[in-house]
Design a protein around this ligand. Structure first.
Ligand code: SF4
Length: 380
């Protein structure tokens, strides 16, 4: 397959692995004192485990799994607010399938659907706009969530609804941005990180310049990477070479897709429709300054928070994670998923306690599916 197989070539992978082993040795890192590289994006976490890269690289290199899974970081309070909106008899609540099984304090969206709420899966926010057009007697709400990757498509759906004069379409906006949580992690005195593999899809939209503070203010290297095994190995090697040489730069391994200054059309749509919230709650990580986006007043009639008086404009409350849940510690890289006491016992994909176990980008789901945890549990 063109543009895929060349990024999975075993010979090239072996050459990169040999180079990684050599540079890890030159750094002097060992299994007891490894060099710690965080892959920010949950898509990268899954690629690392799917291709077994964590086992092919030397023990002196440790992958730390970051908070870049938008479904995982959604707090339970926001799921509760989704359920509250969806319970209204006049509402059709639309969402991507990934969010259906994320637990709230009382129920997930799929449980609310089973109890009678009109909740429908869509593949695009424009599907929700189309549904609103076809059902003028119902309020159609789209669950907007995700990082800068999905933020523009939600913005375009709001612009489309405004152009069409739709009065029965709105968005429950949970869009978040990547740089603030990286800053929060770097400000955490307990966090020891040597460098980052930066997200590919997000960077396609925002470019590489928003990461410059990481090298300038914190002296850490970041290399934006693609999602194939050679992309990841190459990016890791680029980070390691910087660490060995005492350099801290923002580099772009994924230049075939990521422009330095991002995608101007997407950035213009984002700037037109949203403004930063003062702060936003992240599951397990708490409130992070300027990390969430809100729909601007110019598009207020499409803001479900304003329309239904829920969320930050109303009585938003912070909800504690369930007892024993270690999602925050996993997302901030303090422990591995298997370090959570609930992993595989109180929390499985069938009966999730935390979102990291059900999201297709969740670190716990990666360990479950690719590390044999599922098979171990089935054998018990
Ligand atoms: S095993 Fe479940 S509760 Fe524990 S960190 Fe993972 S998702 Fe959260």
């Amino acid at each position: 397959m063109k543009y895929v197989e060349e990024f999975r070539d075993p010979k090239a992978a072996n050459a990169l692995l040999a180079a990684i082993e050599r540079v890890v040795g030159e750094i002097g890192a060992t299994a007891d004192a490894p060099v710690r590289i965080m892959e920010i994006c949950g898509g990268h976490t899954h690629a690392i485990f799917r291709y077994g890269l964590d086992r092919l690289t030397p023990p002196g290199l440790e992958f730390i799994h970051g908070p870049g899974c938008p479904v995982c970081v959604l707090p339970m309070s926001r799921i509760d607010e989704c359920v509250e909106i969806a319970a209204r008899p006049d509402v059709i609540f639309t969402t991507f399938g990934d969010a259906m099984r994320v637990p709230g304090t009382r129920k997930s969206l799929i449980q609310a659907k089973a109890e009678g709420a009109d909740i429908r899966m869509v593949y695009s926010p424009l599907d929700a706009v189309d549904l609103a057009r076809r059902t003028p007697d119902r309020e159609v709400v789209f669950f907007g969530l995700g990082f800068e990757t999905t933020t523009p498509s939600t913005a375009l759906s709001i612009q489309q609804a405004a152009r069409d004069g739709l009065r029965n379409f709105s968005v429950f906006c949970n869009h978040i941005t990547v740089p603030p949580p990286i800053k929060a992690l770097l400000d955490d005195p307990h966090m020891v990180l040597d460098g980052f593999v930066g997200p590919g899809h997000v960077s396609m939209v925002i470019g590489t310049t928003p990461y410059e503070f990481i090298a300038r203010d914190y002296g850490k290297p970041l290399v934006v990477a693609g999602f194939e095994p050679l992309d990841l190995l190459h990016a890791v090697l680029m980070v390691l070479e910087q660490i060995r040489d005492g350099r801290a730069e923002i580099a772009n391994q994924y230049a075939r897709v990521v422009p330095r200054h991002g995608n101007p059309v997407s950035l213009a749509a984002i700037a037109d429709v949203y403004e930063p919230r003062p702060s936003f709650e992240w599951r397990g990580l708490g409130e992070i300054d300027s990390s969430g986006l809100k729909i601007r007043d110019a598009y207020r009639e499409f803001d479900a928070e304003a329309k239904f008086a829920v969320g930050y404009g109303a009585a938003h409350r912070i909800v504690d994670e369930p007892d024993g849940c270690a999602c925050g510690a996993v997302m901030s890289g303090r422990i591995k998923p298997t370090g959570c006491a609930q992993f595989g016992t109180g929390c499985t994909p069938e009966r999730p306690l935390g979102a990291l176990m059900v999201s297709s980008e969740g670190a716990c789901a990666a360990y479950w599916h690719y590390r044999g945890a599922r098979n171990l549990a089935a054998a018990e």
